[in-house]
Ligand binder design. Structure first.
Ligand code: F6P
Length: 505
């Protein structure tokens, strides 16, 4: 395609919300775009997007809206979730979070012994962990901000590692859980409670614990002071929740101004997705290309490679966003789908080049790659290192696209040849700023929505996750009552889950 049209980069570059997206190395031309647009229109585009933004219960299995866009939008718009106005409540909670953050930063809110909070632990998992961690890792900290740590895994080794170096008297603990029933989170919260009580006594809990949840009753039972409880709403999905009170750790790290910038970047991308014509609409184009690779070409993997150490948590974040949203076996009407979410893998450039990129260059199944790059050096005096990053990123894109002709050595030729024609896209930004990160994450959210529309699936529930939790509950009961793992597998597993009969231990 490049041989036929040397101007492909200009033709297939789209700019919005501080991002510049080059899709010229994807398998896309006017004809295929027309076909893909025809396909998505037949699947209800753009009406489905309108229903999403109108707060209709698009998450029909849970009868909920998916209105995360309202969390980051200007308050002039009258956002409604299932007809109920939400803008005022969002604004109110955001202001409470900002006031709380300012008090922590100013040292006005102190621990039980009068010490300033120098550390914050975010206890949460999945959507209650990955978003805040992405933001905290990617962006500069406000000068007066406490250090933020994360505790997600139920493995006590993690709790030991995180808690050991911290002074309880200087530590604020955020318990973040939409449901406030997640076993890992409650177990870690209780562990942190015991750690704190042992050092400072039970009374200290009220000052040192903050809870973020939609389940106010469970929070109250846990014993968090009312002024340290922050809420959000059932129309905010866990993996779409970093923009809500779930982002408190991110706000404490960035400061209220930086957090507003993050929201503003996402809002810019929302406006683009809602208003831009189809041919220029970046999440739409990318989502269509993704679906084409999966459904038409049978390529079920997808790699996201930021050439930025700041974005090292992005692949993990996107794994939940994409695979928990679209990893479904049936469409909205309950009919089986032949394809859905790609397997998303990732890592940072240049590390990934020295690991799994070999497969991208010569493996039999192409893996489309998103390359993400900042134009300007992150550290201004490190221009040469920045050149290395840029050259590596562009080098990989070109090598994947162009491949390498076999050499004249008959024995070595097949081993050395790289077939080329391997697609990739480039997402460019000036620097990794709060605003650009907000736009980038919102881009992937909307792209995930577009993919779901092509397959006709509900991206906003995650019912498959429940089965594992259910089995684990049975197993936990068995282990706690003294059974061995073998006992459980033999006596309980086959009886309670007869569908699993072929699996024998
Ligand atoms: O088990 C999956 C999941 O339900 C995710 O969807 C969610 O982000 C995570 O668990 C944590 O849930 P919660 O915020 O309710 O603790």
């Amino acid at each position: 395609m490049f041989a036929e049209d040397p101007h492909r980069v200009e033709t297939w570059r789209r700019d919005a919300a501080g991002l510049s997206v080059d899709i010229s190395r994807h398998f896309i031309d006017r004809e295929s775009l027309t076909q893909l647009l025809g396909l998505i229109r037949a699947q209800g585009w753009p009406g489905a997007r309108e229903r999403l933004f109108a707060g209709e219960p698009v998450n029909h299995t849970e009868s909920r809206a998916a209105l995360h866009m309202a969390l980051r939008a200007s308050k002039d718009r009258d956002w409604r979730a299932e007809g109920e106005p939400v803008s005022e409540a969002i604004c109110h909670e955001l202001k409470r979070l900002e006031a709380f953050t300012r008090q922590v930063h100013a040292g006005e809110l102190k621990g039980a012994t009068g010490k300033r909070f120098r550390h914050v632990i975010n206890i949460g998992i999945g959507g209650s962990h990955l978003g805040p961690e992405l933001v905290v890792t990617a962006l500069d900290t406000a000068p007066e901000a406490p250090d933020v740590h994360f505790l997600s895994n139920v493995d006590p080794a993690q709790a030991r590692r995180v808690l050991a170096p911290l002074d309880p008297a200087e530590t604020l603990v955020l318990v973040v859980s939409k449901s406030f029933t997640t076993r890992e989170t409650l177990s870690n919260a209780n562990r942190a409670k015991a750690w704190l009580c042992e050092a400072l006594g039970e009374k200290a809990i009220a000052r040192h614990f903050v809870a973020i949840s939609t389940n106010a009753e469970a929070v109250a039972r846990f014993g968090v002071a009312p002024e340290q409880q922050f809420g959000f709403w059932d129309w905010v999905g866990g993996r779409y929740s970093v923009w809500s009170a779930v982002g408190l750790a991110a706000m404490l790290h960035l400061g209220p101004k930086g957090f507003r910038e993050l929201l503003a970047g996402a809002a810019d991308m929302d406006t683009h997705f809602e208003k831009a014509p189809d041919e220029d609409n970046i999440p739409l184009l990318l989502g269509l290309i993704d679906a084409q690779y999966i459904s038409a070409f049978g390529w079920h993997s997808w790699a996201v490679i930021p050439y930025s150490d700041r974005l090292r948590q992005l692949p993990s974040y996107l794994q939940q966003l994409v695979m928990e949203s679209n990893g479904k076996g049936v469409d909205s009407r309950g009919n089986p789908v032949s394809a859905s979410s790609p397997v998303l893998l990732g890592g940072t450039g240049t590390d990934a080049q020295h690991s799994f990129f070999q497969m991208f260059h010569q493996g039999p199944n192409p893996v489309p790659v998103d390359f993400i790059l900042a134009r300007e050096p992150d550290i201004p005096e490190e221009i040469e290192a920045h050149h290395q990053l840029v050259a590596s990123c562009l080098g990989q894109m070109a090598a994947l696209a162009n491949g390498r002709e076999p050499s004249s050595d008959a024995v070595m030729a097949p081993h050395q040849a790289c077939p080329g024609n391997r697609p990739s896209g480039l997402i460019l930004m000036d620097r990794v700023t709060p605003r650009n990160l907000g736009a980038l994450v919102a881009l992937y959210e909307h792209r995930t929505f577009v993919q779901s529309l092509i397959w006709g699936i509900n991206p906003y529930d995650q019912m498959g996750v429940e089965l594992g939790k259910q089995v684990a509950t049975g197993a936990l009961g068995a282990l706690d009552s003294g059974q061995t793992m073998g006992d459980f597998a033999r006596d309980r597993w086959l009886k309670e889950f007869p569908g699993a009969a072929p699996f024998r231990v």
